[in-house]
Design a protein around this ligand. Sequence first.
Ligand SMILES: Nc1ncnc2c1ncn2[C@@H]1O[C@H](COP(=O)(O)OP(=O)(O)OP(=O)(O)O)[C@@H](O)[C@H]1O
Ligand SMILES: [Mg+2]
Length: 206
Amino acid sequence: MCRLLEPNDYEYNITTLLQSSQNPTECIQPIKPNLSIITSIIDLAGLEIALTARTMRELILKKALKQIQASYDYILIDCPPQLSILTINALSCADYVLIPSKTDYLSYRGIEQLLNTISVTQQECNENLAIMGVIATMYEEKIKDCRDVLSALEENYEVLGVTKKLSIVNKGLYDGLAVTEQSSTNQIALAYDKVCDYIIRKCEVA
Ligand SMILES: Nc1ncnc2c1ncn2[C@@H]1O[C@H](COP(=O)(O)OP(=O)(O)OP(=O)(O)O)[C@@H](O)[C@H]1O
Ligand SMILES: [Mg+2]
């Protein structure tokens, strides 16, 4: 089971890392064997403004992760939905991008914008950045919009997995249980297991 963290309990988090160049090791909290996290607090929007005046502001995360990356097999960077300096920091140091997209039209259109940002980042700061694929989320087979968007995603992108909209996802929120820990056989857990296998295979080959 994961240790459930209260982000406000920690003095050092992703904001202090980005804003005050906090030593990244001090920002990492262990949550279970082989899994640690750097927590985030709500005030990422304020951080965006604070970073505007910084030179090399796109590369702050890259510089920080260089200090710790040898200690980890995988570093996953969760990005805000809007494209911002925080997203660009993530794209500037990542090897791959995984794009979760709800199966609705506006989310589908959002991918185009993200692809533009990825392309600019590839040209300007990270030529190694590659798109791993899309995870189609919140899928509801009964809804025509969902079916149409899933078809369009499959036609245009590499879809690594499809997760249905199911209430079981929210069940573990209060207990700190990932959906894969509530029951390893639920449909969402199986879909994410498949995506994980794909990621591991891809990274082993690379
Ligand atoms: N397959 C699913 N079925 C039902 N609910 C889901 C599913 N996936 C995610 N949710 C719920 O949707 C909400 C948002 O999920 P999540 O935080 O993963 O999305 P997000 O796009 O990263 O959101 P944010 O923009 O806040 O970062 C959560 O309450 C989560 O439990
Ligand atoms: Mg999120």
